[in-house]
Ligand binder design. Structure first.
Ligand code: GTP
Ligand code: SPV
Ligand code: MN
Length: 589
């Protein structure tokens, strides 16, 4: 008798009409065979996969996406609850029946002549009580190989899927790649993601943002846990004690760099657990426990170098668990190596740009797309935490919320308590980046870095955060950070990257009650003498600027927060209005 998964796959095949169906076993051999096929398949900008210099980049391949398909498309992403109100003003909405009709029309025969890959996978370790069994179908071998890197894909997942009906379903087809026939739609009540017309990242690797954040945040709301856009890391101090923290930053705002940072501060080191997604559960001990449901990085290439992120450079060349993919980077024709802006060494003489066109160093355009990325297994990370595969996860002592803000937001602020900490997350703003289609550099509200990823009404989500806090007997402390404040010449005031450990040290010192803090209207800030600044050439006035709380600028910010909160009407928790009111009074006095 057919299992529920087989039946579902059968139904989708009737709709999409592929030439053949391939159930993926998730082995390296299978991935290499798919790469081999892709190397001889020509598209408009080159083969599907290009083998890179194998001596320097073991089992690494270049892929170029369609030039109109280079980032998540938030305007084409929908969350289809039965009621528009539950989707909230933060999501595009369509009535689920109507949405399915539209998608059925677009999906009819969409895989004609192509192979349909069936991907059984787990988000989370198969032995974890928090893990979820899922299945995705796709007609893209690039997506199939990427999912092998990013998730636990194969036999074990299929075993878990047997005799189950509650698995998460993902239908994915690149369709005709036309932006006018591109939709990424979510049906939370059916555990279903349906994506057509894009082959890129978060639009197509449905285990990532679509399931592990949008659908999972809704599961978390109903089941009492949190699915968050967060890094997870352990910080070992000179005494050998490890403190686990989580950090939410919007897309392309520093999570990957933070997660595997090489500390500029002697005696401290980072253990990596995750760089993008955390599932947070309340443990039996009343603490918050985090697992990373993924097994890989889909990381931003530009800016990655031995100076900014040496551990990622080592990860990319490690070659233990393979393959490794590069998407939309440039190609060094002399050495057959990938290249991007910010990589170590001189700019190569002979390059093809991300679209496969000849590129010259004096060109005004970037050689690598600003959202070009690598897909690489987390098991290649030299700093991987020994706890990474622990099914229970790790206990979290601090949560940090960080945005990209040229002005206003201090280097670090501690929340007065959980409720004020939730307010710090809810009031977050950040400048937009190339990770999503649209204008770059505009400040928008991005609460908890979840604006594009929360699968339900953000007002209800804030209430859920407050409720979680009430159930924690030992809640983590909550902080706000900003690595991106600028001086009057538009240069970063803070050196960032490995130097961020100086801020994390203060955070840990606060968690362990080793230092005091100064109260301001916006939260607790460090006494300057408590910041470890030895060996850092930072003039005192720059430091003062980094932690400055400018009251007139904050008055403007408060108006922005008010406008944002108002959209959520009765769903916005009264406690957050109270926090905003208290801050406003303190700022004005
Ligand atoms: P997503 O994968 O889109 O979720 O992004 P992310 O949050 O993991 O961001 P990532 O670490 O890839 O960094 C994105 C960009 O921010 C890169 O260009 C980095 O060089 C830059 N960046 C990261 N950390 C810092 C920092 O501490 N200071 C400064 N100035 N830039 C940083
Ligand atoms: C992000 O945009 O936050 C990413 C990349 O991590 S994507 O997988 O495209 O969502
Ligand atoms: Mn992300």
């Amino acid at each position: 008798m057919a299992t529920a998964v087989e039946e579902w796959v059968e139904e989708q095949a009737k709709l999409a009409q592929p030439a053949r169906i391939h159930w993926c076993d998730g082995t390296e051999g299978e991935a290499l065979r798919l790469l081999e096929i892709g190397m001889s398949e020509e598209k408009l900008n080159g083969p599907v996969f290009w083998e890179l210099n194998q001596k320097k980049w073991p089992k690494a391949y270049l892929h170029r996406s369609h030039p109109t398909d280079v980032a998540r498309t938030e305007h084409l992403t929908y969350v289809c609850h039965p009621s528009r109100e539950m989707s909230g003003p933060n999501n595009n909405w369509m009535e689920p029946g109507e949405a399915k009709q539209l998608l059925t029309r677009l999906s009819t025969g969409c895989m004609k002549g192509r192979t349909m890959y069936v991907l059984p996978y787990m988000m989370g370790h198969p032995d974890s009580p928090y893990a979820k069994a899922c299945v995705q179908i796709t007609d893209s071998s690039y997506v199939a190989i990427s999912m092998r890197i990013m998730t636990r894909l194969g036999k074990q997942a299929l075993e878990k899927l047997k005799n189950r009906h509650d698995f998460v379903r993902g239908f994915h087809s690149i369709g005709d790649l036309s932006p006018t026939r591109r939709f990424i739609m979510h049906f939370p009540d059916d555990n279903l993601v349906w994506s057509i017309g894009s082959g890129y990242g978060g639009n197509a690797l449905l285990g990532k943002k679509c399931f592990s954040l949008r659908i999972a945040s809704w599961l978390g709301y109903r089941q009492g846990w949190l699915a968050e856009h967060m890094v997870i890391m352990g910080i070992e101090d000179p005494r050998g004690e490890i403190t686990y923290i989580c950090g939410a930053f919007p897309s392309a705002c520093g999570k990957t760099n933070l997660a595997m940072m090489e500390s500029a501060l002697g005696g401290y080191r980072v253990w990596t657990l995750g760089d993008d997604i955390a599932w947070l559960n309340i443990g039996p001990d009343g603490r918050l426990w985090a697992i990373n449901p993924e097994t890989g990085y889909f990381g931003v290439a530009p800016g990655t170098s031995m100076t900014s992120n040496p551990n990622m450079m080592r990860t990319l060349r490690r070659g233990l668990f393979t393959p490794t993919l590069f998407t939309n980077v440039a190609l060094n024709l002399d050495t057959n190596e990938p290249w991007w802006e910010g990589l170590d060494g001189p700019v190569p003489e002979k390059l093809l740009d991300w679209q496969g066109r000849p590129w010259k160093p004096n060109s005004k355009e970037k050689a690598a797309h600003p959202n070009s990325r690598f897909t690489v297994s987390i098991y290649n990370t030299p700093t991987l935490s020994p706890e990474f595969d622990n099914p229970q996860g790790v206990p979290i002592s601090a949560i940090i919320f960080g945005g990209r803000r040229g002005q206003l937001i201090p280097l670090v602020v501690e929340g007065f308590d959980w409720t004020h900490g939730v307010f710090l997350g809810a009031r977050m703003g950040s400048e937009t980046t190339a990770a999503a289609a649209g204008e770059v550099g505009l400040v928008r509200r991005d609460p908890m870095a979840m604006l594009p990823f929360c699968g339900y009404n953000l007002g209800v989500y804030f209430r859920h955060w407050l409720n979680i806090g009430n159930r924690l007997s030992k809640p983590p402390k909550i902080f706000s950070v900003n690595w991106f404040r600028l001086d009057e010449n538009g240069r970063f005031l803070w050196p960032g990257f490995g130097e961020n450990m100086r801020v994390l040290k203060w955070i840990i010192d606060r968690v362990k009650n080793r230092v005091g803090a100064k109260e301001t209207p916006v939260g607790l800030v460090p006494h300057l003498d408590d910041l470890e600044l030895d060996g850092l050439n930072l003039p005192r006035e720059k430091l003062a600027k980094l932690v400055e709380v400018n009251m007139s600028e904050w008055k403007r910010e408060i108006e922005e927060i008010k406008k944002f909160f108002q959209q959520f009407g009765q769903h916005l928790p009264r406690e957050l209005w109270d926090q905003l009111g208290a801050m406003e009074r303190a700022v004005k006095s």
